[in-house]
Design a binder for this molecule. Structure first.
Ligand code: UDP
Length: 316
Protein backbone atom coordinates (compact mmCIF):
# COMPACT_ATOMS: atom_id res chain seq x y z
CA UNK A 1 0.00 0.00 0.00
CA UNK A 2 0.95 3.64 -0.42
CA UNK A 3 -0.34 5.46 2.64
CA UNK A 4 -0.72 9.18 3.34
CA UNK A 5 -0.58 10.11 7.03
CA UNK A 6 -1.58 13.65 7.96
CA UNK A 7 0.01 14.70 11.22
CA UNK A 8 2.79 12.24 10.35
CA UNK A 9 5.32 14.09 12.53
CA UNK A 10 3.02 14.02 15.54
CA UNK A 11 3.04 11.64 18.45
CA UNK A 12 0.65 9.00 17.10
CA UNK A 13 1.25 9.88 13.43
CA UNK A 14 4.97 9.14 13.68
CA UNK A 15 4.33 5.75 15.28
CA UNK A 16 1.95 4.99 12.41
CA UNK A 17 4.71 5.90 9.93
CA UNK A 18 7.01 3.40 11.67
CA UNK A 19 4.38 0.68 11.67
CA UNK A 20 3.40 1.00 8.00
CA UNK A 21 7.06 1.11 6.93
CA UNK A 22 7.81 -1.96 9.07
CA UNK A 23 4.92 -3.76 7.37
CA UNK A 24 6.50 -3.05 3.97
CA UNK A 25 4.29 -0.18 2.84
CA UNK A 26 5.21 3.22 1.42
CA UNK A 27 4.44 6.27 3.54
CA UNK A 28 3.92 9.93 2.69
CA UNK A 29 3.76 11.99 5.90
CA UNK A 30 2.22 15.46 5.88
CA UNK A 31 2.62 17.87 8.78
CA UNK A 32 2.81 21.65 9.21
CA UNK A 33 4.80 21.13 12.44
CA UNK A 34 2.42 23.33 14.44
CA UNK A 35 2.51 20.79 17.26
CA UNK A 36 4.33 17.90 15.56
CA UNK A 37 8.13 17.69 15.51
CA UNK A 38 10.75 16.71 12.95
CA UNK A 39 12.51 14.91 15.80
CA UNK A 40 9.71 12.33 15.78
CA UNK A 41 10.58 11.29 12.23
CA UNK A 42 14.28 12.18 11.95
CA UNK A 43 15.19 8.50 12.15
CA UNK A 44 13.24 7.96 8.91
CA UNK A 45 15.24 10.50 6.88
CA UNK A 46 16.62 8.76 3.80
CA UNK A 47 14.31 5.74 4.12
CA UNK A 48 13.53 4.75 0.54
CA UNK A 49 9.82 4.18 1.18
CA UNK A 50 9.31 7.31 3.28
CA UNK A 51 8.66 10.88 2.23
CA UNK A 52 7.87 13.90 4.39
CA UNK A 53 6.06 16.95 3.04
CA UNK A 54 5.76 20.05 5.22
CA UNK A 55 2.19 20.97 4.46
CA UNK A 56 -0.76 22.57 6.18
CA UNK A 57 -3.57 20.13 5.49
CA UNK A 58 -6.19 22.87 5.60
CA UNK A 59 -4.86 23.87 2.17
CA UNK A 60 -5.27 21.94 -1.07
CA UNK A 61 -3.47 18.58 -0.92
CA UNK A 62 -1.68 17.48 -4.04
CA UNK A 63 -0.03 14.08 -3.95
CA UNK A 64 1.49 12.52 -7.06
CA UNK A 65 0.67 8.92 -7.96
CA UNK A 66 -1.59 6.31 -6.42
CA UNK A 67 -2.72 6.35 -2.80
CA UNK A 68 -4.38 3.37 -1.11
CA UNK A 69 -5.16 4.85 2.29
CA UNK A 70 -5.35 8.27 3.92
CA UNK A 71 -5.02 8.38 7.71
CA UNK A 72 -6.04 11.77 9.03
CA UNK A 73 -4.17 12.42 12.28
CA UNK A 74 -3.34 16.10 11.96
CA UNK A 75 -4.60 18.21 14.87
CA UNK A 76 -3.37 19.76 18.07
CA UNK A 77 -4.40 17.15 20.63
CA UNK A 78 -3.41 18.34 24.07
CA UNK A 79 -5.62 20.78 25.97
CA UNK A 80 -2.75 23.31 26.01
CA UNK A 81 -2.23 22.77 22.28
CA UNK A 82 -5.80 23.44 21.34
CA UNK A 83 -6.28 26.22 23.88
CA UNK A 84 -3.28 28.02 22.33
CA UNK A 85 -4.35 27.26 18.75
CA UNK A 86 -8.16 27.41 18.90
CA UNK A 87 -8.79 28.55 15.33
CA UNK A 88 -6.17 26.26 13.80
CA UNK A 89 -7.74 23.39 15.72
CA UNK A 90 -11.17 24.18 14.30
CA UNK A 91 -9.69 24.62 10.84
CA UNK A 92 -7.80 21.34 10.78
CA UNK A 93 -10.85 19.44 12.05
CA UNK A 94 -13.12 21.07 9.49
CA UNK A 95 -11.13 22.22 6.43
CA UNK A 96 -8.31 19.71 6.98
CA UNK A 97 -10.72 16.80 7.21
CA UNK A 98 -12.45 18.04 4.05
CA UNK A 99 -9.14 18.21 2.16
CA UNK A 100 -8.02 14.80 3.42
CA UNK A 101 -11.38 13.29 2.42
CA UNK A 102 -11.10 14.99 -0.98
CA UNK A 103 -7.66 13.45 -1.47
CA UNK A 104 -8.97 10.00 -0.53
CA UNK A 105 -11.89 10.38 -2.92
CA UNK A 106 -9.70 11.57 -5.81
CA UNK A 107 -7.39 8.58 -5.31
CA UNK A 108 -10.09 5.99 -4.55
CA UNK A 109 -8.33 5.45 -1.23
CA UNK A 110 -9.65 4.20 2.08
CA UNK A 111 -9.94 6.93 4.74
CA UNK A 112 -9.39 6.67 8.47
CA UNK A 113 -10.21 9.63 10.69
CA UNK A 114 -8.67 10.09 14.15
CA UNK A 115 -11.51 11.09 16.41
CA UNK A 116 -11.43 11.24 20.17
CA UNK A 117 -13.08 10.37 23.45
CA UNK A 118 -13.62 14.15 23.71
CA UNK A 119 -16.67 13.72 21.46
CA UNK A 120 -18.31 12.39 24.65
CA UNK A 121 -17.47 15.65 26.48
CA UNK A 122 -17.87 15.37 30.25
CA UNK A 123 -19.75 12.10 29.93
CA UNK A 124 -22.96 11.31 31.79
CA UNK A 125 -22.69 7.63 30.79
CA UNK A 126 -19.88 5.49 32.15
CA UNK A 127 -17.97 3.72 30.62
CA UNK A 128 -18.57 5.33 27.24
CA UNK A 129 -19.97 3.18 24.42
CA UNK A 130 -19.93 4.50 20.83
CA UNK A 131 -23.74 4.76 20.95
CA UNK A 132 -23.49 7.56 23.54
CA UNK A 133 -23.94 10.98 21.92
CA UNK A 134 -22.01 12.87 24.53
CA UNK A 135 -22.23 15.89 26.79
CA UNK A 136 -20.22 18.65 25.11
CA UNK A 137 -20.34 22.34 25.97
CA UNK A 138 -20.39 23.92 22.48
CA UNK A 139 -19.00 27.27 23.67
CA UNK A 140 -16.53 26.22 26.38
CA UNK A 141 -12.73 26.40 25.93
CA UNK A 142 -12.48 22.71 24.98
CA UNK A 143 -15.19 23.05 22.34
CA UNK A 144 -12.69 24.01 19.63
CA UNK A 145 -11.34 20.46 19.77
CA UNK A 146 -14.50 18.57 20.69
CA UNK A 147 -16.72 20.22 18.10
CA UNK A 148 -14.03 20.09 15.40
CA UNK A 149 -13.79 16.34 15.91
CA UNK A 150 -17.58 15.95 15.99
CA UNK A 151 -17.79 17.92 12.74
CA UNK A 152 -15.01 15.76 11.28
CA UNK A 153 -16.96 12.60 12.12
CA UNK A 154 -20.07 14.06 10.46
CA UNK A 155 -18.05 15.06 7.38
CA UNK A 156 -16.50 11.60 7.18
CA UNK A 157 -19.93 9.94 7.34
CA UNK A 158 -21.24 12.36 4.68
CA UNK A 159 -18.42 11.36 2.30
CA UNK A 160 -19.23 7.75 2.96
CA UNK A 161 -22.95 8.22 2.36
CA UNK A 162 -22.79 10.63 -0.56
CA UNK A 163 -19.68 9.40 -2.37
CA UNK A 164 -19.50 5.79 -1.20
CA UNK A 165 -15.99 6.42 0.18
CA UNK A 166 -14.64 3.64 2.38
CA UNK A 167 -14.29 5.38 5.71
CA UNK A 168 -13.25 4.42 9.26
CA UNK A 169 -13.60 6.47 12.45
CA UNK A 170 -11.58 5.74 15.57
CA UNK A 171 -12.34 7.41 18.90
CA UNK A 172 -8.99 7.48 20.66
CA UNK A 173 -8.92 7.56 24.47
CA UNK A 174 -5.91 9.04 26.35
CA UNK A 175 -2.87 7.48 24.68
CA UNK A 176 0.72 7.89 25.83
CA UNK A 177 4.23 6.77 25.06
CA UNK A 178 7.54 7.89 23.61
CA UNK A 179 7.38 11.02 21.36
CA UNK A 180 4.75 12.80 23.38
CA UNK A 181 6.05 16.33 23.77
CA UNK A 182 7.48 16.95 27.22
CA UNK A 183 5.92 20.41 27.27
CA UNK A 184 2.50 19.64 25.79
CA UNK A 185 0.85 20.10 29.17
CA UNK A 186 -0.90 16.74 29.26
CA UNK A 187 -0.87 14.88 32.49
CA UNK A 188 1.53 12.12 31.37
CA UNK A 189 4.46 14.34 30.28
CA UNK A 190 3.69 16.84 33.04
CA UNK A 191 3.86 14.33 35.88
CA UNK A 192 6.85 12.45 34.49
CA UNK A 193 8.77 15.66 33.74
CA UNK A 194 8.00 17.03 37.20
CA UNK A 195 8.98 13.78 38.91
CA UNK A 196 12.27 13.51 36.99
CA UNK A 197 13.20 17.12 37.72
CA UNK A 198 12.23 16.84 41.40
CA UNK A 199 9.55 19.52 40.98
CA UNK A 200 6.14 19.27 42.68
CA UNK A 201 3.72 16.94 40.86
CA UNK A 202 0.73 19.16 40.11
CA UNK A 203 -2.60 17.36 40.51
CA UNK A 204 -5.42 19.60 39.32
CA UNK A 205 -8.50 20.07 41.49
CA UNK A 206 -9.14 17.32 44.01
CA UNK A 207 -7.41 14.69 41.85
CA UNK A 208 -10.47 12.45 41.89
CA UNK A 209 -11.09 12.83 38.14
CA UNK A 210 -10.20 9.67 36.22
CA UNK A 211 -8.56 8.72 32.94
CA UNK A 212 -7.74 5.39 31.33
CA UNK A 213 -4.31 5.36 29.69
CA UNK A 214 -3.47 3.32 26.59
CA UNK A 215 0.09 2.62 25.46
CA UNK A 216 0.80 3.75 21.92
CA UNK A 217 1.83 0.33 20.55
CA UNK A 218 -1.55 -1.10 21.58
CA UNK A 219 -3.32 1.79 19.90
CA UNK A 220 -1.36 1.41 16.66
CA UNK A 221 -2.26 -2.29 16.47
CA UNK A 222 -5.93 -1.38 16.89
CA UNK A 223 -5.66 1.30 14.20
CA UNK A 224 -4.20 -1.13 11.68
CA UNK A 225 -6.96 -3.63 12.42
CA UNK A 226 -9.62 -0.95 12.05
CA UNK A 227 -8.22 0.23 8.72
CA UNK A 228 -8.30 -3.36 7.47
CA UNK A 229 -11.84 -3.97 8.75
CA UNK A 230 -15.11 -3.16 7.04
CA UNK A 231 -16.52 -1.06 9.88
CA UNK A 232 -17.82 2.39 8.96
CA UNK A 233 -19.24 3.44 12.32
CA UNK A 234 -16.96 4.75 15.08
CA UNK A 235 -14.91 2.34 17.17
CA UNK A 236 -13.42 3.25 20.57
CA UNK A 237 -9.76 2.37 21.12
CA UNK A 238 -8.16 2.78 24.52
CA UNK A 239 -7.30 0.94 27.68
CA UNK A 240 -10.12 0.26 30.15
CA UNK A 241 -7.90 0.43 33.27
CA UNK A 242 -9.24 3.55 34.98
CA UNK A 243 -7.23 5.53 37.53
CA UNK A 244 -7.70 8.81 39.43
CA UNK A 245 -5.17 11.56 38.80
CA UNK A 246 -4.09 11.41 42.43
CA UNK A 247 -3.41 7.67 42.14
CA UNK A 248 -1.64 8.28 38.86
CA UNK A 249 0.67 10.85 40.51
CA UNK A 250 1.59 8.21 43.08
CA UNK A 251 2.36 5.64 40.36
CA UNK A 252 4.70 8.09 38.59
CA UNK A 253 6.40 9.09 41.82
CA UNK A 254 7.08 5.43 42.59
CA UNK A 255 8.23 4.42 39.08
CA UNK A 256 10.66 7.35 38.91
CA UNK A 257 11.89 6.94 42.51
CA UNK A 258 11.20 10.63 42.85
CA UNK A 259 11.19 12.69 46.01
CA UNK A 260 8.82 15.25 44.41
CA UNK A 261 5.90 16.24 46.62
CA UNK A 262 2.41 15.65 45.21
CA UNK A 263 0.42 18.89 45.41
CA UNK A 264 -3.22 19.72 44.68
CA UNK A 265 -3.36 22.92 42.61
CA UNK A 266 -6.05 25.06 41.02
CA UNK A 267 -4.72 25.88 37.54
CA UNK A 268 -5.97 28.63 35.22
CA UNK A 269 -9.72 28.32 34.90
CA UNK A 270 -9.75 27.36 31.22
CA UNK A 271 -7.53 24.31 31.92
CA UNK A 272 -10.17 22.69 34.10
CA UNK A 273 -13.40 24.15 32.72
CA UNK A 274 -15.48 21.20 31.48
CA UNK A 275 -12.65 18.81 32.47
CA UNK A 276 -14.24 15.37 32.09
CA UNK A 277 -14.68 13.85 35.53
CA UNK A 278 -14.59 10.23 34.46
CA UNK A 279 -13.41 8.60 31.28
CA UNK A 280 -13.15 4.94 30.35
CA UNK A 281 -13.76 3.29 26.99
CA UNK A 282 -16.39 0.62 26.50
CA UNK A 283 -14.41 -1.73 24.26
CA UNK A 284 -17.20 -4.12 23.30
CA UNK A 285 -17.15 -3.08 19.65
CA UNK A 286 -13.33 -3.10 19.41
CA UNK A 287 -13.29 -6.63 20.82
CA UNK A 288 -16.14 -7.92 18.64
CA UNK A 289 -15.20 -6.25 15.37
CA UNK A 290 -11.41 -6.14 15.57
CA UNK A 291 -10.61 -8.92 18.03
CA UNK A 292 -8.48 -6.27 19.71
CA UNK A 293 -7.58 -5.75 23.33
CA UNK A 294 -4.78 -3.67 24.85
CA UNK A 295 -1.94 -5.78 26.25
CA UNK A 296 0.56 -3.32 27.76
CA UNK A 297 0.10 -2.66 31.48
CA UNK A 298 0.28 0.84 32.93
CA UNK A 299 3.54 0.06 34.75
CA UNK A 300 5.19 -1.41 31.67
CA UNK A 301 4.09 1.41 29.36
CA UNK A 302 4.89 4.16 31.84
CA UNK A 303 8.36 2.68 32.44
CA UNK A 304 9.08 2.85 28.68
CA UNK A 305 7.77 6.40 28.57
CA UNK A 306 9.85 7.45 31.58
CA UNK A 307 12.98 6.13 29.82
CA UNK A 308 12.10 8.20 26.76
CA UNK A 309 11.59 11.38 28.77
CA UNK A 310 14.87 10.80 30.61
CA UNK A 311 16.66 10.78 27.25
CA UNK A 312 14.77 13.90 26.14
CA UNK A 313 15.75 15.75 29.30
CA UNK A 314 19.38 14.74 28.79
CA UNK A 315 19.20 16.00 25.20
CA UNK A 316 17.80 19.44 26.03
N1 UDP B 1 -4.04 17.12 35.02
C1 UDP B 1 -3.45 17.26 36.27
N2 UDP B 1 -2.22 17.84 36.36
C2 UDP B 1 -1.51 18.27 35.28
C3 UDP B 1 -2.11 18.12 33.99
C4 UDP B 1 -3.37 17.55 33.90
O1 UDP B 1 -4.04 16.87 37.28
O2 UDP B 1 -0.39 18.78 35.45
C5 UDP B 1 -5.36 16.48 34.92
C6 UDP B 1 -6.39 17.24 34.09
O3 UDP B 1 -7.12 18.17 34.88
C7 UDP B 1 -7.28 16.10 33.62
C8 UDP B 1 -6.33 14.91 33.51
O4 UDP B 1 -5.18 15.27 34.26
O5 UDP B 1 -8.26 15.81 34.59
C9 UDP B 1 -5.91 14.60 32.08
O6 UDP B 1 -5.53 15.80 31.47
P1 UDP B 1 -4.77 15.86 30.07
O7 UDP B 1 -4.34 17.29 29.90
O8 UDP B 1 -3.70 14.83 30.02
O9 UDP B 1 -5.81 15.47 28.91
P2 UDP B 1 -7.39 15.25 28.79
O10 UDP B 1 -7.62 13.85 29.14
O11 UDP B 1 -8.10 16.20 29.72
O12 UDP B 1 -7.65 15.57 27.37
Amino acid sequence: MRVVITGGAGFIGSHLCDRFLADGHTVVALDNLATGSIRNIEHLAGHERFRFIKQDVTEFLYIDGPVDAVLHFASPASPIGYLELPIQTLKVGALGTHKALGLARAKGARFLMASTSEVYGDPLVHPQPESYWGNVNPVGPRSVYDEAKRFAEAMTMAYHREHGLQTRIVRIFNTYGPRMALDDGRVVPNFIGQALRGDPITVFGDGQQTRSFCYVSDLVEGLVRLLNSNETYPVNLGNPAEITMLEYAEVIKRLTNSSSPIVLVQPQANRTTDDPQRRRPDLTRARDILGWEPTVSLEEGMSQTIEYFKQQLART
